[in-house]
Design a protein around this ligand. Structure first.
Ligand SMILES: Cc1ncc(COP(=O)(O)O)c(C=O)c1O
Ligand SMILES: N[C@@H](CCOP(=O)(O)O)C(=O)O
Length: 462
């Protein structure tokens, strides 16, 4: 399996190299040259398997040339052993035909753990093999950061720098990033928004001297390996509701478009997904783009679902690459236009996207009302991101097709929003009970590349 860039100008790489490379050298994102297909029979055999065995069968065709079966099985086993639920990603029925896929039973209480724990294991195998050291830089709107820190803390051959927007993540999210005391972990509060953090991160990758000098690696969903690991739970949940003999739909709270893009990969592999529904908060560029064809960047407005406070949605580039039939030059042209504020999606590409995705937007009052309604109707307490998903899912449900909404984070990560909606603060699980007692370590940094580069060079332990 070879991996190619969405902009068509970067070296073609095998899986392990694409994983260690992160952003392609032409500024694009790696995707597999072809998508492996699972037959209906193969999909049916996933029913009743452990999450780990299903993950092995789904991931293996993408990585076979880079990792032996034994290495992959062991990486998967280690990745999910710390999850707090035997099913790893359990499904809970919200109402007849509407199910919540709980993706928050990992160590940092968000869906990011599913991919980050696995790539943490795969990175270690690949780095040990080559005797390489790396400097990971990640951008986060709240959840990727702590998941990355948890997966890479304490490793002798890795430094982890996490850029988060100062004052724009929840207190639990911030403390998850600033309280680990490992010398290789560096939490950086950048002046600006998540979009600024992600833009600076891409600048660092596009500075080839710096990138090569520090051995830069990325663990955002820029990294194909992140997306791949997220494909698994689309299969396990759909199969438990009757796929491949029955079609299912998914609604996904969306920001950087990585999670829902993973759903489109599952669909391309043969999983009978009817609709993939993008759910945004008031930062609604994706909803606007899918409805009008105009992808136009607006101001990032802080919301009570801060992890989705994103306007420049990195993985949309991968969806565009498919929608433009793998035309890297066309994608590069759109990304160039994006530098001046946006672009218009061609009619053909819009039709391609409309064949897969629907979308909806949820306001702040609607988010609160949904948390309260779900509590009243089902007893479940959901996080504000999940509430955005549930509201949009309810607007897109079709009789006869089960809808699965991804519950992307634990409500205890967002106690202020939950308290406002239902009058109580969900407790943190026991392994995080000391979070508010631990000292924080944080460095403020300007939204400036030169400042960032010198900080990384100065702090690196590698
Ligand atoms: C809790 C939560 N929900 C939803 C999202 C959106 O996911 P994606 O960026 O993959 O679209 C994020 C951030 O990624 C998140 O942390
Ligand atoms: N919502 C994310 C933003 C980064 O997304 P990623 O999937 O590209 O890592 C976060 O919580 O950090």
């Amino acid at each position: 399996m070879r991996y190619i860039s969405t902009r068509g100008q970067a070296p073609v790489l095998p899986f392990a190299e694409a994983m260690l490379t992160g952003l392609a050298r032409d500024g694009g994102l790696y995707v597999p040259e072809t998508v492996p297909q699972l037959t209906a029979e193969e999909i049916a055999t996933l029913e009743g398997l452990s999450y780990e065995e299903a993950a092995f069968r789904i991931v293996q065709p993408f990585v076979a040339e880079s990792f032996s079966e034994t290495e992959l099985r062991e990486a998967i086993r280690r990745a999910y052993q710390g999850f707090g639920h035997a099913a790893r990603a359990p499904l809970v029925q919200l109402s007849p035909g509407h199910h919540l896929l709980e993706l928050f039973h990992g160590p940092t209480l968000a869906f990011k753990d599913f991919a980050m724990q696995l790539i943490g294991q795969l990175f270690q195998i690949a780095l040990a093999r080559e005797g390489r050291r790396i400097t990971i830089v990640g951008a986060t709107s709240g959840d990727t950061g702590s998941a990355a820190i948890e997966a890479f803390r304490g490793l002798p051959n890795v430094d982890v720098f996490i850029l988060y927007p100062h004052g724009r993540v929840s207190e639990v999210q911030r403390r998850q990033m600033t309280t680990p005391d490992d010398a290789n972990v560096h939490a950086l509060a950048i002046a600006g928004t998540f979009d600024d953090a992600q833009a600076r991160l891409k600048d660092l990758f596009n500075d080839h001297d710096f990138r090569d000098g520090v051995g830069l690696a990325g663990v955002n969903s820029i990294n194909w390996a992140r997306v791949l690991a997220q494909v698994v739970y689309y299969f396990t949940s759909a199969v438990s509701l009757g796929a491949p003999h029955r079609r299912v739909s998914f609604t996904v709270p969306t920001g950087n478009f990585g999670d829902i893009y993973a759903g489109s990969v599952a669909r391309a592999m043969g999983l009978p997904i009817d609709r993939l529904v993008v759910a945004t908060n008031q930062n609604d560029i994706l909803d606007r783009a899918l409805k009008t064809g105009d992808y136009r960047v607006g101001r990032v407005e802080p919301s009570m679902s801060p992890s989705m406070d994103i306007q420049v949605s990195s993985n949309f580039e991968r969806a565009l690459f498919s929608a433009y039939d793998g035309d890297g030059a066309a994608v590069a042209q759109l990304m160039d236009e994006l530098k001046s504020g946006g672009f218009t999606i061609s009619q053909g590409a819009r039709e391609h996207l409309a064949g897969i995705f629907d979308s909806g937007r949820v306001s702040e009052p609607e988010t609160l009302a949904t948390i309260a309604r779900v509590r009243a109707e089902t007893g479940e307490i959901v996080c504000p991101h999940t509430a955005v998903g549930i509201k949009v899912a309810d607007e897109h449900r079709q009789a006869g097709t089960p809808m699965i909404t991804l519950a992307t984070a634990h409500p205890a990560k967002f106690p202020d929003a939950v308290e406002q909606a239902v009058g109580l603060r969900p407790p943190l699980p026991p392994h995080m009970a000391r979070l508010f007692d631990l000292p924080e370590r944080v460095t403020r940094v300007e939204n400036d590349n030169a400042a960032l580069k010198s900080l990384i060079l100065e702090r690196r332990t590698a």
